[in-house]
Design a protein around this ligand. Structure first.
Ligand code: CA
Length: 241
């Protein structure tokens, strides 16, 4: 792990665990490895923090009070492909989850060694391509659109420089960031799937559906027509003449 700097705060892990002793240990080990952490003790607060913070990875206990971890995972997966590692006290749960094809990125069974969990977190972050700190870039500006790779967010900017954040899902953000990385270039649907939904076996129409939601949000922000469809090929960002 390279030393941290002010511009490299490290990946953010959301630790969802109702047993405070276990959460304490996980947080201590993750922080020692250079990660930032946030904690949640139940499903609803986990989802609220997930929406607010857009963490790089989630460590999710299955047996939580109120709403169990499987439902939390479902809710996370309904709008994002952020890596999730499920934590459980029962090996049987892993079989159940695998058979449900729930889309967790890895599984850890209690009792676990905290060092092993950190190694798994690192491996999942590498595999899922969470951008390493050293490749973080300055915000990209295309017309009135600002895409901030570091903050993982996009905004529109008005005449006096005020930023208006766009409420994007992670996949929508990735698509917009990809298109904005090279304005006017046409990206094929297969390229967008590979780049923006690498963990899924998504079809072209899944990309089309994400793109149409993204367009609607841009339209709501006064940016109609920013994304063009290139017939038979894919999409491009067209900032105008
Ligand atoms: Ca528990």
């Amino acid at each position: 792990m390279p030393p941290r700097t002010a511009s490299d705060p490290g990946p953010l892990a959301l630790v969802v665990e109702d047993e405070s002793g276990i959460a304490d240990i996980l947080v201590a080990y993750l922080q020692r490895d250079g990660m930032r952490t946030q904690r949640a003790v139940d499903g609803p607060s986990a989802l609220r923090l997930f929406g607010q913070l857009r963490p790089d990875i989630v460590l999710l206990d299955i047996h939580l009070p109120g709403m169990d971890g499987v439902d939390v995972l479902k809710a996370i997966r309904s709008d994002s492909d952020t890596p999730v590692i499920m934590v459980t006290a029962l090996a049987d749960d892993v079989d159940k989850l695998l058979s449900l094809r729930m889309g967790a990125d890895d599984y850890v069974v209690k009792p676990f060694s905290p060092a092993e969990v950190v190694a798994r977190v690192r491996a999942v972050l590498r595999r899922t391509g969470a951008r390493p700190a050293e490749t973080r870039a300055a915000p990209i500006r295309v017309g009135r659109l600002v895409v901030d790779m570091e903050a993982h967010g996009a905004s529109t900017v008005d005449d006096d420089g005020t930023l208006h954040p766009l409420p994007l899902t992670l996949t929508e953000f990735r698509l917009l960031a990809c298109l904005a990385s090279q304005p006017r270039r046409c990206f094929s649907r297969s390229h967008l799937i590979e780049t923006c939904l690498p963990e899924s076996d998504a079809l072209d129409r899944v990309i089309d559906s994400h793109l149409s939601k993204l367009r609607r949000k841009l339209q709501d922000a006064g940016q109609e027509g920013l994304i063009e469809t290139v017939r038979s090929i894919g999409y491009r960002l067209w900032p105008g003449p």
